[in-house]
Design a protein. Structure first.
Ligand code: NDP
Ligand code: F7E
Length: 326
């Protein structure tokens, strides 16, 4: 794949430049914002969803024309777990196509953007892609039905970045993270991803001495989890070091079954009862371990171990979510 070398200073040498982090209150955006501030970036621009609805093209164009950011990290999206994705397919495809098209297009037109990074997801790959999944597996087979609408939007986002690079020379890159977790995750009982859902369910069961906790599916699917602070590091690393056409996988390299994950969350939370499996709920993709050798060869490696990350995330949930509700 072709490479465009940015003529501008590298991102990390440009800490006074204006950086727009879209989605700064979410799991990913908040981790990226924390990291940028810790690194000494002095001009990070943010807007909440209610201040700037990124599905509204005219508002996005006006924002870019007024702010004229130099760098853009696109971490705003409509996101959810297997239940939300399969229940609200129209919302997932429409909102994500609108947000990413509006942001990339406005970044292109405003003329101030030196680099943009788009965040996709490992669900862009075919359901039965050979494992571990390389970047080259994109568009080689049918998608997983529970999240194909979201996946199609994310694939369009990658293609939009590539098209803007080819036609206009916009330095737009795409990162494809595996399943993420950490502080500021969504702990909704039905619409969240598995890890925050289980933290909440085990915590609530422990609090009321419930005899059992229900976990969805068969427990056999394998998932690769990455702590969001590692993803934030990888995102900043790619902003600084990567200017290629092809998207880049970002994973931890290790996977667990959902049964192993549930046992681990049970142990971390300290729940004493038993697990019951609800086989009426979908399993989704049987396995999606990404091959992250491309970013590893560039020099980035994950640091946070799953158990360590889970202990810290559970503490955050108790301190910030449970305590705030009291
Ligand atoms: N979580 C995961 O496991 C994974 C996530 N990703 C990708 O990472 C990115 C971020 O995901 P994550 O942080 O988990 O998601 P979250 O749901 O935690 O955060 C999404 C953010 O997007 C903002 N947002 C949503 N819709 C709009 C809108 N119409 N206008 C403006 N802002 C909006 C929200 O703003 P507000 O808070 O103000 O409502 C929120 O800050 C996504 O692209 C996702 O696909 C990829 C792989 C795995
Ligand atoms: C990151 C990725 O995340 C989504 O895909 P997913 O990996 O299938 O996401 P998930 O976290 O919701 O489920 C993982 C596994 O876990 C099982 N599972 C058990 N018990 C609960 C449970 O209580 N909640 C949830 N959500 N899942 C559960 C569940 O049945 C499944 O087998 C995409 O839609 C899309 O958003 C995307 O890109």
């Amino acid at each position: 794949m072709g490479t465009v070398t940015a003529a501008d200073p590298h991102f990390l040498a440009d800490k006074d430049a204006k950086v727009f982090v879209a989605g700064h209150r979410g799991l990913v955006g908040s981790a990226i914002l924390r990291r940028l501030l810790a690194l000494g970036f002095t001009s990070v621009v943010v807007r909440t969803h209610s201040e700037l609805d990124l599905t509204r093209q005219a508002d996005v164009e006006a924002f870019f024309a007024a702010e004229r950011p130099c760098y853009v990290v696109l971490a705003a999206a409509k996101v959810g777990g297997i239940h939300a994705n399969s229940t609200f397919p129209a919302d997932f495809i429409a909102a994500n196509l609108q947000i990413q098209t509006n942001v990339v297009d406005a970044a292109l037109r405003c003329g101030s953007v030196r680099k943009l990074l788009f965040l996709g997801s490992s669900c862009i790959y075919p359901k039965f892609a050979p494992q571990p999944i390389t970047e080259g597996a994109l568009l080689t087979g049918p998608l997983e039905p529970t999240n194909e609408w979201y996946a199609i939007a994310k694939i369009a986002g990658i293609k939009m970045c590539q098209a803007c690079r080819i036609q206009h020379g916009l330095d737009a890159v795409s990162a494809m993270p595996t399943n993420l977790y950490g502080p500021h995750d969504n702990f909704h009982p039905e619409n969240s991803h598995v890890l925050p859902a289980l933290i909440r369910r085990f915590h609530e069961a422990k609090a009321c001495n419930a005899p059992e906790v229900v976990v969805w599916g068969s427990g056999s699917p394998l998932r690769e989890f990455l702590h969001v602070d590692d993803l934030a590091d990888a995102t900043i690393f790619l902003m600084d070091q990567y200017s290629g056409l092809e998207h880049v996988n970002v994973g931890s390299g290790s996977e667990v079954t959902i049964k192993e994950l549930a046992e681990l969350v049970k142990e971390v939370v300290g729940f004493q009862g038993k697990l019951v499996w609800d086989s009426t709920k979908p399993d989704g993709t049987p396995r999606k371990l990404m091959d992250s050798s491309k970013i590893h060869e560039m020099g980035w490696k994950p640091k946070v171990d799953l158990k360590e990350g889970l202990v810290e995330t559970y503490k955050w949930y108790v301190d910030k979510v449970v305590s705030d509700k009291k």
